[in-house]
Write a protein that binds this ligand. Structure first.
Ligand code: MOS
Length: 723
């Protein structure tokens, strides 16, 4: 099915099941321990061996010698695979550095070997006996220093509209500030883990991966085998946040270890390895210049962004939201990429927009201060209903103003006073606001739907559920379109044997994967109607029955002799060229700052979101709460500390890399504005999982300024920066 005209009325609009708050159908599995994560598939591998990964002890240079003899002689050791004996390895499409390094080393903790043994403890003990001599080379580890040599990234274009320099120089009110966001880690709960089993030349990987088809392709490319010989299975995923968009060393090294040991191999990256071995969100430096009239109309918007990555890597594109969020006739937006020899940078929840809004939305708050304008009002004044770079393109839906107004009213924004003026005992109290913006992407997504003689509808797609609720919204979609109760739908996900879905990434998963299920179900409805001799154009599906022309027949009748199976995918045409499809929100935060110690406590948080049709308000709310929580981490805690001499992230465990705990998070509220977006898909839905984090950190930073009068432009805002 091709989606190339705006959606009209369709079975989803009945809203009998879609749009209703629905408990997660995988909830009981998760809370009772029956949901099987990658490392826990005990039934698939009889007598598995265990792998332990050795990470490089230098950031850049090469291995001069590796002595494996003592390790090979250690108890239980079955094999050690390193670059010297792994055979020729190819390169995946989605990895910058090799997943098995050596002799050249590209970054600290790049995997250089896997030790396979009878038990985990034996593998770990033997790994300590492998002696590696390195020749260290000079590396570049400091973004502030490397930024001077930064260049335009491949395929990246500056956004130049009007004459920024002249307009900024002429603006009666100007802001020119530089902001910094640190390297951040996904810190998902489930580590990267895989079980690899070879049957002849066919490989099965039980793994933890957001994008099954990308993953299977990269495994094949890396190992030099046909993709048809690779099966990836990932039914439950304990958090992704972008860390598992791509296969990492656990999958590749488990496969290599299993081949060498001729045994199934289980492998989980240890937590201290994950931070430097896998990907992270790169740090940014962002200079923002805003020029405005005295009334607060933006006339010049300048946003220059720098980040770094390994040679051949990509930028953290923190100007994306600035292209679309506010009007302003003169614009200059640039992204520059420096070469750094730190671990590999890549996508983390709302890549680009999350750090971009941390800077832009603080700058807007500072501009409001300079203008003596309410920051909500400044944002409303500068709203645009068209793409500021291409005014002929309008937004499919854009309720930023409504988000701001609803939020201000609900939150009690009128109680906000000038900086430092509100006191509650020893606490200085402040309120902050920020706009939220994240684009909505649509990805081709396929599904297979089967109706059996008991009337059960089974959906199969390689879509993943990374804790987001995919199982539930997919079941809701199939139930709505087929006219059956939710408990008559079974959903099977996360297996490369199933049709290729959108996968989970970029907050495209919910809308895209359900649209694919919709397409397959529409096809199945036609098959059912024809089979029962009913006119497909007139057939109504509800309560497990199909009705047309005065006849009403149980759905299951159509599958009486043999099950009916339909497979289809949703593909997208050119609608995105004529309309900009984005999601919007507003975050409101109240903080208290201890007047003596500088301790910062978030007291209240509110998010108002306009993100198309909300398929399941309960799980969508959870997504936004999670985003707000991660935003709190970004504002106050999260920072990978770079050792600029040796080139690694120092705090590479969950003791040193701080993320919020329950005690850090206060009352949170989420409001979804009424919205359906006919340009997004027949589901009329959009993403919320990444919108939830966008703008949160700036709202917190702005609240801290309102409480204290102190402006901290380098995240995270720790108390030492306030004193
Ligand atoms: Mo997301 S950072 O595309 O998982």
């Amino acid at each position: 099915m091709k989606f190339d005209t705006p959606a009209t009325t369709n079975p989803i609009d009945q809203l009998k099941i879609i749009g209703k708050s629905t408990d997660r159908i995988d909830g009981p599995h998760k809370t009772s321990g029956l949901a099987t994560y990658a490392y826990e598939h005990h039934d698939v591998a009889a007598n598995p061996a265990y792998g332990f990964v050795i990470g490089a002890a230098i950031a850049k240079g090469r291995i001069a010698a590796m002595d494996k003899s003592r390790a090979l002689a250690a108890p239980g050791v079955l094999a050690i695979v390193d670059a010297a004996n792994a055979g020729k390895l190819g390169k995946g499409n989605f990895n910058t550095a090799k997943l098995l390094g050596g002799p050249e080393i590209d970054h600290y903790h790049q995997a250089v070997a896997i030790v396979v043994a009878e038990t985990f403890e034996q593998a770990r003990a033997a790994a300590a006996l492998v002696r590696i001599d390195y020749v260290r080379a000079e590396g570049r580890f400091d973004l502030a220093e490397a930024k001077a040599g930064a260049t335009k990234p491949k395929g990246g274009a500056d956004a130049v509209v009007g004459d920024f320099a002249a307009a900024f120089a002429a603006a009666p009110v100007q802001l020119d500030e530089t902001y910094a966001t640190p390297d951040q880690s996904h810190a998902m709960m489930e580590p990267h883990a895989s079980i690899a089993i070879w049957q002849g030349d066919k490989l099965t990987l039980w793994t933890s991966n957001q994008m099954i088809n990308w993953g299977a392709g990269d495994v094949a490319r890396t190992l030099g085998i046909p993709q048809a010989n690779v099966r990836l299975v990932s039914p439950f995923i304990g958090g992704g946040f972008g860390a598992k968009l791509f296969v990492r060393s656990d999958a590749i090294l488990a496969a290599l270890g299993a081949r060498a040991a001729r045994r199934p191999v289980k492998l989980a990256l240890t937590r201290p390895l994950i931070f430097n071995n896998t990907t992270h969100r790169p740090a940014t430096i962002q200079r923002i210049r805003l020029g405005a009239t005295k009334a607060g109309m933006l006339t010049a918007i300048g946003h220059e962004n720098w980040s770094g990555d390994l040679p051949g890597g990509g930028p953290e594109d923190a100007v994306q939201q600035t292209r679309l969020l506010y009007a302003g006739a003169n614009r200059l937006l640039t992204t520059r990429l420096a070469v750094l020899d730190l671990p590999e940078g890549n996508a983390m929840r709302a890549p680009g927009e999350a750090p971009g809004l941390m800077a832009l939305e603080m700058a807007m708050d500072e501009l409001a201060d300079k203008l003596g304008l309410d920051p909500v009002q400044l944002r409303i004044l500068n709203d645009t209903q068209v793409d500021p770079e291409k005014p002929e393109r309008s937004f499919s839906q854009r309720q930023l103003i409504q988000c701001l107004r609803t939020g201000a009213e609900t939150f009690g924004w009128d109680k906000r006073r000038a900086p430092g003026q509100t006191r509650d005992g020893r606490w200085l109290v402040g309120m902050g606001v920020a706009a939220a913006f994240r684009n909505n992407l649509s990805m081709t997504s396929a599904a297979r739907v089967r109706l059996d003689k008991d009337g059960l509808v089974t959906v199969e797609t390689d879509m993943t559920d990374i804790g987001t609720g995919s199982y539930t919204i997919i079941a809701q979609t199939a139930a709505e379109v087929m006219g059956v109760p939710l408990d008559r739908v079974a959903v099977k996900l996360g297996d490369s044997a199933f049709p290729v879905s959108s996968g989970s990434g970029g907050q495209w998963g919910a809308n895209s994967s359900t649209a694919g299920v919709y397409a397959a179900c529409v096809k199945l409805r036609e098959m059912v109607a024809r089979k029962l001799g009913l006119d497909p154009a007139l057939a109504q599906f509800s309560d497990g029955k199909v009705s047309a022309g005065g006849r009403s027949i149980p759905l299951a009748e159509a599958a009486r002799e043999a099950g009916l199976v339909a497979e289809d995918k949703m593909e997208y045409g050119d609608l995105a060229k004529t309309h900009q499809v984005s999601t919007f929100g507003a975050h409101f935060v109240e903080v208290g700052v201890d007047a003596v110690t500088g301790e910062i406590r978030i007291r209240r948080m509110l998010a108002v979101c306009a993100a198309g049709r909300i398929l399941n308000p309960k799980s969508a709310r959870s997504q936004v709460l999670g985003g707000m929580t991660m935003g709190a981490g970004g504002a106050l805690m999260e920072e990978l500390v770079v050792d600029k001499r040796l080139g690694f992230f120092v705090n590479h465990d969950l003791a040193g890399y701080e993320v919020p705990v329950h005690a850090d998070i206060p009352h949170q509220e989420v409001i979804f504005l009424e919205e359906t977006d006919p340009m997004s898909s027949p589901m009329k839905a959009k993403g919320v999982g990444e919108l939830g984090i966008c703008g949160v950190a700036a709202a917190i930073a702005n609240a801290i300024h309102n409480a204290t009068g102190v402006r901290v432009r380098h995240y995270p805002i720790t108390l030492d920066k306030l004193l």
